[in-house]
Design a protein. Structure first.
Lengths: 271, 291
C-alpha cells in the first residue's frame, strides 16, 4: 500500500524547509526582545506587531510577563490574535482605573506608537501643528505623559519615514531624555526609555547625551536607507552597524502557527 | 400622628434629567471612548436648548455630537476616540476650526482631577504630566515640590468639579442605585461623586430587592443612591456605543455616523433621520428601521 507519506518520500520530499523570516517576523522578534529581562511586569503593547512581540516574549524567554486582552482581563495562553477572552485563561482583572494606578507603581513596560518622535525620544500623539489651532487633531495625550515618567517605555513605528522621525515634535506627550534630564531633583527617576523598533531598524538610547543610536538594521536594509528615512541624525557607530537577528525556527513556528495563523502581522508591515 | 415611610422615587425621563442642566454648566460624562456612553442622555441634551457647556469626558461620540451641535464651549479630555475608528471626526473638526476651547490632559491627570473633586481636595498630586507639553498647553496647571524635602516635584492636579454627571448603567433601581455588570466600570462612580448632581440612565430599572440577584455580584453595585439625583430607564441607551454584557458596539451605525460626519450634506441628512427624533423611543425606532 502506498501511503501519502511514502509517496512523498519517493519524490524526495521529506519536510519543507522553514521559509525565511519575513520583515514583519523580524519586527515581531525585535519587539519581543524589548521585553527580555523584564521578568514579572505588565507588558502593554499597542499595535499588532508589538502585541505579537509581547506574546512571543512570554512564550519564549519571559514566561512571567503579565499580558491583558487589551480590555479589562489579564489573560494567559499562547493563542491566536483576536481570540475572545472567554477562550483564554483569565488570571486577573485590570480595568482602566487599575491600569492608571498600576502604571504609577512602575511594574510595567509599554510599547506605544508615536505619530512623531524626535532624537531624544519625545513622542507626539496629540496633534499636528499649533496646539491652539491644530492642522490635524489626533487622539490626544492619552496615557503617554504618565507612562513615560513612571516606567519603561519603548516605541513601535510601522512606517519609518522623515515625517515620523522629526527634529522636533509638535506636542511632547511621551517625555524624551532631554526633557527628563531637565526635570528638577529626582522627579524623573522612573523615566526609562528603552528602544524604538521600526520596520527598518532598531534604535536605542545608549548614548552620553540621550539621543537615539542606530542599534541594528533589519536584514536587507542599509544604514543609508535608515538615514534617508529619518528626519534627524541618529548616532551611528563608526564600526559596522549589526544586522537585526532573525527569529529562530521555534519562534517562527510560534508566530506562524500559534500566535498569528491569519498573518495579521503582514497588514502592519509588508516585506 | 402616623409616620409613613416613603422613599424617594428618582425615576424620570431623559428630557427631565437634562432639563436640570443650565447654560454654561460643567457636565461630566461617564464611559470611555465608544464604550458605555450615556447616549440617551446625550441625545436628550442635543434636543434641549442648553449651550456653552464644558464637557469633561474620556471622550467618544458623546464629545463629537455635542461639538457638532454647538453645545460645547470647552472640552476637558485625555483623548477623544471611537475606538474601532481611532479619530472622532466631529471633535477633530471642532479642534481644527477652533470652535471649542480645549484642556487636554494625560489620562492619569484626568483621574487625579476627578479624585480631587470627589474628595473635595484642592489638588491631587500626580507624576503624570511632568516634563510633557500638557503643562505647556495648560498654563494654569501647577507643579508642587515635595513638602517633605525629597526634592521630588509632581503635578498638583486641581479638581475637575462637575455641576452634573451623566452615566449609563446596566441596571438601576428607582431610588438611584445602579449596577455596572460589564468588564470595566471605568470611572462612573467617581464622576457621580465629583458632581453636584448625577443622573444615571440604565438598560433596565428593577425592584431594589432584585438588584443584587440581577447584577450577579455585589462588586457590580458601585453607583450609590446618595450620589444620584435621577434615574432614567433607557434600553439600548448607550447605542451606538457598546454596553457589555448586553450588547456590543453597533459598528455599522458608527461607520455611518463617521462617514456622514465627513460631509455637511450627509451630516444634515443623518441628523434629520436620527437625531431629529422627538424622543429616545423615536430614535430607537429610526435605528431599527435603518437596519
Amino acid at each position: 500500500m502506498i501511503t501519502n507519506h511514502s509517496r512523498a518520500a519517493t519524490r524526495g520530499v521529506t519536510r519543507p524547509a522553514t521559509r525565511a523570516a519575513t520583515r514583519a517576523e523580524v519586527c515581531v522578534a525585535a519587539c519581543a526582545d524589548a521585553w527580555r529581562g523584564d521578568g514579572e511586569i505588565i507588558a502593554s503593547p499597542m499595535g499588532t506587531i508589538p502585541t505579537l512581540g509581547a506574546r512571543l516574549a512570554r512564550a519564549t524567554g519571559e514566561p512571567d510577563l503579565v499580558l491583558t486582552d487589551g480590555l479589562a482581563y489579564v489573560v494567559d495562553g499562547d493563542v491566536p490574535l483576536g481570540t475572545s477572552s472567554e477562550a483564554l485563561t483569565v488570571e486577573g482583572w485590570l480595568p482602566y482605573r487599575t491600569v492608571l494606578d498600576a502604571l504609577a507603581g512602575g511594574r510595567r513596560h509599554v510599547m506605544m506608537g508615536p505619530v512623531q518622535i524626535d532624537a531624544y525620544g519625545n513622542a507626539n500623539i496629540s496633534c499636528i501643528g499649533d496646539w491652539n489651532r491644530p492642522a490635524r487633531q489626533l487622539l490626544g495625550a492619552r496615557g503617554a505623559p504618565g507612562n513615560s515618567v513612571n516606567h519603561a517605555t519603548s516605541y513601535w513605528v510601522s512606517r519609518h519615514a522623515p515625517r515620523v522621525f522629526t527634529e522636533r515634535v509638535d506636542v511632547v506627550c511621551g517625555v524624551g531624555n532631554d526633557r527628563a534630564a531637565a526635570l528638577p531633583g529626582p522627579a524623573a527617576r522612573f523615566h526609562d526609555l528603552r528602544r524604538v523598533v521600526t520596520n527598518l531598524c532598531v534604535f536605542d538610547f545608549d548614548t552620553l547625551d540621550g539621543r537615539m543610536r542606530l542599534a541594528c538594521v533589519h536584514p536587507g536594509v542599509t544604514v543609508d536607507d535608515v538615514l534617508a528615512a529619518t528626519g534627524f541624525e541618529p548616532l551611528v557607530d563608526a564600526a559596522e552597524v549589526p544586522t537585526t537577528r532573525t527569529p529562530d525556527a521555534a519562534e517562527l513556528h510560534l508566530i506562524r502557527e500559534v500566535l498569528d495563523p491569519a498573518s495579521l502581522r503582514d497588514r502592519e508591515v509588508t516585506a | 400622628m402616623s409616620h409613613v415611610r416613603q422613599v424617594t422615587d428618582k425615576r424620570m425621563t431623559a428630557d427631565e434629567a437634562v432639563a436640570q442642566i443650565a447654560d454654561g454648566m460643567t457636565v461630566g460624562i461617564g464611559g470611555w471612548g465608544s464604550r458605555r456612553k450615556p447616549m440617551a442622555l446625550v441625545r436628550a441634551l442635543l434636543r434641549s436648548p442648553v449651550k456653552e457647556l464644558t464637557i469633561v469626558s474620556y471622550g467618544g461620540p458623546d464629545v463629537g455630537l455635542l461639538c457638532a451641535a454647538g453645545k460645547a464651549r470647552k472640552v476637558v479630555y485625555g483623548f477623544v476616540s471611537l475606538d474601532s475608528i481611532p479619530l472622532e471626526p466631529h471633535f477633530r473638526a471642532a479642534r481644527e476650526s477652533g470652535a471649542v476651547e480645549a484642556l487636554e490632559l494625560d489620562e492619569g491627570m484626568f483621574l487625579a482631577g476627578l479624585r480631587a473633586a470627589a474628595l473635595r481636595l484642592p489638588f491631587m498630586p500626580v507624576r503624570a504630566g511632568i516634563g510633557s507639553d500638557v503643562l505647556r498647553n495648560a498654563p494654569a496647571l501647577r507643579t508642587i515640590a515635595d513638602p517633605y524635602g525629597s526634592g521630588d516635584e509632581v503635578v498638583a492636579m486641581p479638581p475637575l468639579g462637575l455641576d452634573v454627571a451623566l452615566v449609563h448603567a446596566n441596571l438601576a433601581d428607582r431610588r438611584g442605585n445602579a449596577a455596572l455588570t460589564g468588564p470595566d466600570p471605568y470611572f462612573d462612580d467617581l464622576f457621580c461623586q465629583a458632581a453636584k448632581a448625577a443622573y444615571v440612565s440604565a438598560e433596565r430599572i428593577v425592584p431594589t430587592c432584585d438588584l443584587l440577584d440581577e447584577a450577579g455580584c455585589v462588586h457590580a453595585l458601585t453607583i450609590h443612591r446618595h450620589l444620584t439625583a435621577g434615574v432614567v430607564e433607557a434600553p439600548y441607551g448607550a447605542h451606538f456605543t457598546e454596553c457589555l454584557p448586553q450588547y456590543g458596539r453597533d459598528e455599522t451605525f458608527q461607520r455611518a455616523y463617521a462617514q456622514a460626519a465627513a460631509d455637511p450634506e450627509r451630516w444634515a441628512a443623518f441628523t434629520e433621520r436620527f437625531l431629529g427624533a422627538p424622543d429616545e423611543p423615536a430614535y430607537q425606532r429610526a435605528v431599527e428601521d435603518a437596519k
